[in-house]
Design a protein around this ligand. Sequence first.
Ligand SMILES: [Zn+2]
Length: 301
Amino acid sequence: MYTFARGSIGDQAKVIEISRRSERASLCNLCGMTILNRRLATIVGATSLLAICLVVVPPIAQDPLYHVFADGRTLHNVPNFWNVVSNVPFFIVALYGIKALHARRAFIEPWERIAFCTFLAGTAAVGVGSIYYHLRPDDARLVWDRLPMIVVFMSLVASVIGERIGMKAGKLLLAPMIVAGLGAVLYWRLSGDLRSYAAVQFGSMLAVPIILALFPSRYSNAGRMWWMVILYALAKLAELLDHEIASVVTMGGHPWKHLAAACAALLYVDTVARRRPLQARQVSLGQPSFSALLQRQGANQ
Ligand SMILES: [Zn+2]
């Protein structure tokens, strides 16, 4: 009877312990799901907010002063010399990116290589389109600057979604996002209303840092992506301060915008060239960034 009682207590203790472990595991899973759902809800919320703004805000016309840059000097028979030649780095970035295409471990799935090829082709086309625009800036030429730019943005966002949220989602979104981006530019050109283009460009500029902050990458070196975001923010700042910068440097801010944007693209291309897939256990939903992942790995060693 006593032996049976001890056995019972022991069995009960084991059952309780197993039950507690199972409960803890369930709670962890629940937390994981909650974290994932919360992060996805943030993305859906931000997208919905942008869509509401698109409907509520009245049509936006392209400001004709947009084409008036601080430095319009003709040098060596090239009009708007610095705004034109500062596009050359985009070709260099695209050429450098070919190196990454040969890196066998830089892509987990074949569609990511296609997205990266699209990014590189778009970057080279930005060089062509931007030179064409800056030689004689007007709305008719600006469309050829914006079309390749939106291809670069959309292929980047789809790639980031793929490597951080879900491979399937990135793969499915790549083509529709590029088509939607091109459609937004063409809609602006045909209707004169900038809202859809502004929403797509502003939305992708916001989407990348939000996804970087909320979802861990499946690849190594992912922390470097933040430098890409910072460089692109500097590019936008230089664009906004074109005339103010001209009071300090004659060429104004716009050539620096081209250079900073090309550096941001170079950083992304170099990150892809050097990255390697992480093991599944290294990619945790609880880790919001690659740097946090590194810290945890460092602490465990
Ligand atoms: Zn430009």
